[in-house]
Design a protein. Structure first.
Length: 291
C-alpha cells in the first residue's frame, strides 16, 4: 500500500480554544499505525499510573532508529510527528505525549498529536520557530507551570544549578532557522536572559547520583546537565530500574537507535567528562486535566 505523506497540513487545534490553527507534519499511514500499536498494548488497569505507562512507551520504541534534526522540516515551523525516527528529545516528548493521551482516557493518534504540541511549545501554542522550547531547562520551566511534570531534583538530593545560557544566540549560524534572521536571534537572546534569571533549578552532581538513586523512580525523566559553555542539558532519557540497577532508556546517537543503557545512570554520567550531573522530572498525574 502506498504511504500517504502530509506536510504543512492545516488542522484546527480546538483543544486550546479560539480560532487557532497549526501546521502538523506526519506520515499518516505509518505514524498512525505505530501509535495505534502502542495504545493497543497498554492495559486498561495501567491508566493513571504514569510512570508505568512511560516505561512501557520507552520500551516500545527500543531499536527505533536514532535520527537527528527531524524537527527542522521546511521553512515554516510545524508540529513534526515522527514515530519512525527519534533523537533523545523527541523520544522523551513522544513517551510523555503518548502516556498523557492514555492517562486522559483518550488513547488515539489525534489526542497524542495535541499532547505533543502542548508539551513542545511555550504555553502549548505553536507560533513560529521561537515558540518551540529549544532549551531543556525552558522546557522544564514551562511544563512544570502547565502541570505536565514536577521537578523532583531538589527533593532527590539536588543542589542549586545556576545557568548561563547563550549557545543558540552565539552559534546562530549553526541553526537553519536562526541563520540570517537577526530578529529571531534577538528573541532567543531574550529567552536566554529569562532562563538565566531563574533561581529555581537544581541538579544532582554526578558524584552523588548513586547515593541518591532511591529517590528516582522508573518512568522519571532524566536530564544530563553539562559543562559545555552556554548550554544546560546535553542528553535526556527515561529512568528504568532493572532489579537493583538504576539505568535509563534513551535514543542513543552512539548506538544509532533507542536502547536500554547497559551502564547505570551514575556510570554513564561519570564516563562523560562534560556531564556534571542530572535533573529529575516526574510526570504529574494530577496535571492531566489542568490545561
Amino acid at each position: 500500500m502506498k504511504t500517504i505523506k502530509l506536510f504543512a497540513v492545516l488542522l484546527p487545534v480546538w483543544l486550546f480554544g479560539g480560532a487557532v490553527y497549526a501546521q502538523w507534519s506526519f506520515d499518516m499511514q505509518q505514524d498512525r499505525h505505530i501509535a495505534s500499536s502502542f495504545f493497543a498494548q497498554v492495559k486498561a488497569e495501567e491508566e493513571g499510573l504514569m510512570g508505568a505507562i512511560i516505561v512501557k512507551a520507552a520500551l516500545f520504541f527500543v531499536h527505533t532508529p536514532y535520527v537527528g534534526h527531524t524537527l527542522e522540516v521546511g521553512d515554516m515551523e510545524q508540529l513534526v510527528v515522527n514515530l519512525r525516527e527519534l533523537d533523545c528529545t523527541t523520544f522523551m516528548e513522544t513517551c510523555v505525549a503518548l502516556s498523557r493521551a492514555v492517562g486522559k482516557g483518550t488513547p488515539d493518534f489525534d489526542s497524542y498529536c495535541r499532547e505533543l504540541q502542548y508539551i513542545r511549545y511555550r504555553g502549548g501554542v505553536l507560533d513560529g520557530y521561537t515558540s518551540r522550547l529549544h532549551y531543556t531547562s525552558d522546557w522544564i520551566f514551562d511544563n512544570v507551570g502547565k502541570g505536565v511534570v514536577e521537578d523532583v531534583t531538589q527533593q532527590a538530593g539536588g543542589r542549586p544549578l545556576p545557568l548561563q545560557l547563550s549557545f543558540m544566540s552565539s552559534h546562530s549560524d549553526a541553526y537553519k532557522h536562526l541563520k540570517g534572521r537577526p530578529d529571531r536571534v534577538a528573541y532567543m537572546q531574550e529567552v536566554e536572559k529569562r532562563i538565566n534569571a531563574r533561581d529555581d533549578y537544581y541538579y544532582i552532581p554526578k558524584q552523588e547520583i548513586e547515593k541518591n538513586r532511591n529517590h528516582i523512580r522508573s518512568g522519571d525523566l532524566i536530564c544530563f546537565t553539562t559543562s559545555m559553555e552556554g548550554m544546560d542539558i546535553s542528553h535526556v532519557g527515561i529512568a528504568y530500574w532493572q532489579e537493583d540497577v538504576l539505568t535509563f532508556i534513551h535514543a542513543s546517537s552512539t548506538a544509532k537507535k533507542v536502547v536500554v543503557n547497559e551502564e547505570s545512570i551514575s556510570e554513564y554520567c561519570s564516563g562523560i567528562k562534560s556531564n556534571t550531573g542530572i535533573m529529575v522530572l516526574r510526570c504529574n498525574e494530577e496535571g492531566l486535566h489542568k490545561e
